[in-house]
Design a protein around this ligand. Structure first.
Ligand code: GDP
Length: 298
């Protein structure tokens, strides 16, 4: 059972606007709707989707007297509706090893997420191999080794500065030889030189396909929720660099900008496989749209 307990929802923004009463106290008028839109936009939801969510929620209810809890419930239901199609756990294929390429900018939480995922799969009885493919960052390799130890999973490394594709190829061989269920490959996140990074990722894909033409079976983009709207441009960038198949959103524990997930879902429709809610090994949860929506509206 890899699912950690839910962290207590932070006091949400709607509470401040409409109070906490279940008693009807305000009309759902234009002024109220505008305030709701502003609050949603302030959560980094993005203007388009904030306006749409508010309009849908108000449809057929203009001028009605509403309690605070009515408004929250209706708004949360609209947000849940947007998020439900993207809440999809990492798909498990029968293929061995299933290759998961993990991409994202440095600091987004790639290393941590790989450690957490490895631990979950291990707990679910799967054998896992990790390849420390960011060979240019010694600190990242060390950090991944620490996570590997915590999760009880081998971490393959290569000398600093060596070709990540060669490591990925070796890791495929090792995972195959061991009959591992899963191979997770960390990658560099230097966006300063996109052409290099693109070539590096393409080469990794090319060599692992020599061993399995269907690999990588997943390419997960790790995004830091505290970067707010910036996450949108990161998706665009990485979609050009790699064939992104799904997202993991980290650091949702420390942000009021979680609304960006709604903007991401609306704009890209990529599956959200999991969310990071802390720095510990158990702090990775499946994405639950309803829980997320309730926490967002508070
Ligand atoms: P990488 O450079 O992409 O590999 O990022 P790291 O995995 O090293 O993470 C960068 C920092 O973010 C570290 O200090 C992590 O502990 C922290 N971090 C990662 N995921 C989360 C999360 O879900 N919540 C919080 N609060 N911190 C996180």
């Amino acid at each position: 059972e890899p699912v950690a307990e839910t962290s207590a929802p932070k006091p949400g923004f709607l509470g401040r606007l409409v109070g906490r009463s279940a008693e009807p106290r305000r009309a759902l008028d234009d002024e109220m709707l505008e305030s709701l839109e502003e609050l949603l936009i302030a959560s980094d939801m993005g203007v388009d989707i904030a306006l749409r969510v508010t309009a849908n929620m108000a449809e057929g209810r203009h001028g009605k007297m509403m309690s605070a809890s009515d408004i929250k419930r209706l708004l949360a239901a609209e947000i849940t509706r947007v998020m439900e199609p993207v809440a999809r756990p990492l798909p498990i294929y029968p293929k061995k090893p299933q290759v998961v390429l993990v991409v994202g900018v440095n600091g987004s939480g790639k290393t941590t997420t790989i450690g957490k995922l490895a631990s979950q799969f291990k707990a679910a009885g799967k054998s896992v191999v990790i390849a420390a493919g960011d060979t240019f960052r010694a600190a990242a390799v060390e950090q991944l080794q620490v996570w590997g130890q915590r999760a009880g999973v081998p971490v393959l490394t290569a000398p600093e500065g060596s070709d990540p594709a060669a490591l990925a190829y070796d890791a495929m061989g090792r995972a195959e030889a061991e009959g591992a269920d899963l191979l997770m490959i960390d990658t560099a996140g230097r966006l300063q030189n996109r052409a290099d990074l693109m070539e590096e990722l393409a080469k990794i894909v090319r060599v692992i396909r020599k061993k399995d033409p269907d690999a990588p079976h997943n390419t997960i983009l790790v995004l830091d929720a505290t970067t707010g709207q910036n996450a949108l441009s990161q998706v665009e960038t990485f979609q050009k660099l790699a064939d992104v198949s799904g997202l993991v959103m980290t650091k949702l524990d420390g942000t009021a900008k979680g609304g960006v997930l709604v903007a991401l879902a609306d704009r890209f429709g990529l599956p959200i496989h999991a969310i990071g809610v802390g720095e510990q090994i158990d702090d990775l949860q499946p994405f639950d749209p309803e829980e997320f929506a309730n926490a967002l509206v508070g």
